[in-house]
Every structure is written in C-alpha cells, then in structure tokens.
Design a protein around this ligand. Structure first.
Ligand code: NAD
Ligand code: K
Ligand code: MN
Length: 355
C-alpha cells in the first residue's frame, strides 16, 4: 500500500486548532482509501521561538525535505513581531523550497451566504495565482538612521524575468485547464513603471504559447471593484505577491469568510515538498476558544490530496465538506452559526464513517 509522508506544522494561534482538525479529517478519510498517511508533527512557531530564539531549527528544511507534502497552520504570535514570525517560519519554507506558485481557489460553498446581494453562487468561481517567491516580499531593503529625522526605510519589489515567466506560464496553463479558459493578469504598470511594465510584457509573450486562453489586464485597484461588481467576468487571476495576498483575502470574504479559503504553496517542478494551508492567520481574537472555522484547512487538505495525485480521495473530501457547509447548524461563528471547531470536524469525519 502506498504511504505518503505528511508533515504537520500547526504554528501559532488557531493554527494549533485547525491543523489537528485537518489531520483528523485526513485520517478518517484515509481509513477507507487504498493509501496510508504517515504524519509527523513539528512544534515550530512562537513557543519554539521563546525557548530557542528562532521559529524553527536551522536544519528544519532538511527535516521536511523527504516529505510528500506539508500541512501548515499559521505563523504569528501576539507577543512576537509579525515580521519575525513570518520570515522565520512560513517564508523560510516557501522560499527555501522555491514554492513559487501560490494557488488560491475561491467558490461560494453550498449553504454559505456571501455578502454580495446580486452575486449568484455560480458567478463566483475563481482561482487566484499569487507569485510566491519574489516581488514585494523579496526581502530586499533596509533601514538607516533609525529613529532620527533623516531615517530612511525601503522594501524593494524585485522581479526577475525568470520569476515572472514561470508564474505567468503556470497561470496560463491553469487557466487553460479550466472550462472557461479565461485569465486576468493583474498589474499596476501605470504607477510601478519598471517591474510591472516587464510583468505586462512577459504576460503578452507567454500568452502566445496559449492561443486558446482568452486573457485581459486589470489594474489592481480596479480589480477590487470588479470582484465586487462583476464577479462573473473573472475566472483565473494572476497577480504579484502583495497584490494577490490582498485580493485573495477580499475573495475569501466575498465567498463568505476568511475561515473557509484554502491555499497551496506549490513547487510545480516537484523538486521539494509543497505546502498547504488556510489563507488566514493566527486570529488572535478567537484563538483558544474553539471558534476557528476549520473549513479552510479541510479544503487545503483537498488541494494536498490532489497534489499527491489522489483525485478520488480529494473529491470525496470536498463532497463531505460541502455536505457539512450545506447544513447551517454546522456553521461556525464567522458564518453566523454556533458550532465549534470540534463539531464541524466531527461532522466531516462522520461522513467517512458511514461510507
Ligand atoms: P487573521 O487571518 O489571523 O484574522 C483576521 C480576522 O479573520 C480575525 O477577525 C479572525 O478572527 C478572522 N478569522 C481568520 N481565520 C478564521 C477562521 N478560521 N475562523 C474564524 N475566523 C477567522 O489575520 P490578522 O489578524 O491580520 O493576523 C493575525 C496574525 O496572523 C499576525 O501575526 C499575522 O502576521 C499572521 N498571519 C499569518 C499568516 C500565515 O501564516 N500564512 C497569514 C495571515 C496572517
Ligand atoms: K495560514
Ligand atoms: Mn495574507
């Protein structure tokens, strides 16, 4: 029987609640599948930082290298600056394993009311592709004269031709695989006149490899309005690291809650393990209360199974998730319900017990 090695990194805040929930659901599912899942848990994050002065061990990537996939929660602790937690753990893994394609599907799941009154369920079915290795989050910049009136601080957005070509090609290919074959390239080349102009030029070049894909360009600010006013005109969307980060939180809210949205940090060349996580963070305001919606993590587990090539298992899990969201009594508070993380998790697991 095939066995997949899965690393679980709950991290901080509600990551410690939703990742064990995701593991429970995967275990319940795998019991009736023809593959096994071998989980290893890593206690990296804020507590590890307090004990060791770093978010993960120096050789942490070596411990993950042989894994088939990683299930991640969140990096972010109320008592540690966010840039330390983010760069010390999540970005270290994303950049260390060159997971350059961050893929973020959004749909309005059965039983969930989005906030857009005029938007029918079928109008909102998007995949946002986020460049995940460079751009605004390249980590290039610095501060000088700290605290003085002449202080200066920079964060440079660094884009390379190779980096933009590979994410564009990934996005066009993904758009081509979807029924509408429609791609929107998000840009800001009116204001950012170097990197984003190259981004637009490369989009045009790569588009010639995909003559069957219809594509257009949209400035990022206008794109937010289009998501709200004309959601059905979007399908696959590609944007830079920062732009897509923002657009995908908006997308999740338009689909009902930040708590349901999944993501995959993918190395398309499969040189390294890819990492799957809900798009939300540590949610300091609700952590430790059993209020975290685990659906974003469960949907991330669907993406993880698809990445492993276990398509029928992925489909079974998505069906179980949709059967549970269809039931308003099984909604967590963010969706207007009263169910707890554990109750939603048990309800999804129960779908496999009866199978
Ligand atoms: P957040 O996503 O943690 O929370 C934003 C809001 O959404 C909060 O009101 C929260 O309660 C709600 N929410 C989020 N997930 C939810 C869920 N599953 N169920 C119900 N409600 C949910 O964003 P933030 O408050 O900006 O960030 C908190 C911390 O998380 C910061 O340290 C930040 O750096 C970190 N963060 C980490 C990641 C990551 O590791 N990938 C992503 C985003 C934020
Ligand atoms: K996360
Ligand atoms: Mn984000």
């Amino acid at each position: 029987m095939k066995t997949y090695k899965i690393a679980c990194i709950p991290g901080d805040g509600i990551g410690k609640e939703v990742v064990p929930a995701g593991q429970a659901v995967l275990e319940a599912l795998a019991a009736s599948e023809s593959f096994k899942l071998d989980f290893s848990s890593f206690d990296w994050g804020g507590d590890y930082y307090r004990a060791h002065g770093k978010m993960m061990p120096d050789n942490g990537l070596d411990a993950l290298r042989g894994m088939d996939a990683i299930l991640f929660g969140s990096a972010g602790d109320p008592h540690i600056p966010d840039h330390i937690t983010l760069w010390g753990l999540r970005l270290k893994i994303c950049q260390g394993f060159d997971q350059y394609a961050n893929v973020r599907p959004t749909r309005i799941l059965p039983g969930i009311d989005g906030p857009l009154k005029r938007c029918k369920t079928e109008d909102l079915d998007w995949v946002i592709v986020r460049e995940n290795s460079e751009g605004e989050y390249a980590g290039v910049g610095g501060r000088a004269h700290q605290g003085h009136p002449i202080e200066v601080a920079t964060d440079l957005s660094v884009m390379t031709r190779a980096g933009v070509e590979r994410i564009m090609r990934y996005a066009f290919k993904l758009a081509q695989s979807r029924s509408r074959k429609l791609l929107t390239v998000v840009t800001k080349s009116n204001a950012q006149r170097h990197a984003m102009v190259m981004w637009d030029e490369i989009a045009l070049e790569i588009s010639r490899e995909f003559p069957d894909v219809t594509w257009d360009k949209e400035l990022v600010d206008a794109c937010t309005a289009r998501m709200v006013n004309r959601p059905a005109t979007l399908d696959t969307v590609v944007a830079t690291n920062l732009h897509a980060d923002i657009l995908s939180d908006l997308a999740a809210a338009l689909a009902g809650s930040l708590g349901i949205a999944p993501t995959g940090n993918i190395d398309p060349e499969r040189r390294y393990p890819s990492m799957f996580e809900p798009i939300h963070g540590s949610a300091f305001d609700i952590m430790g209360k059993g209020l975290a919606n685990p659906v974003g993590t469960f949907w991330s587990c669907v993406m993880l199974l698809e990445h492993l090539g276990e398509h029928s298992a992925a489909k079974r899990l998505m069906t179980a998730i949709e059967q549970v969201t269809a039931e308003p009594t099984l909604h967590t508070r963010d969706l207007g319900g009263t169910s707890t993380t554990a109750q939603v998790t048990d309800a999804v697991c129960a779908k496999f017990a009866r199978a």
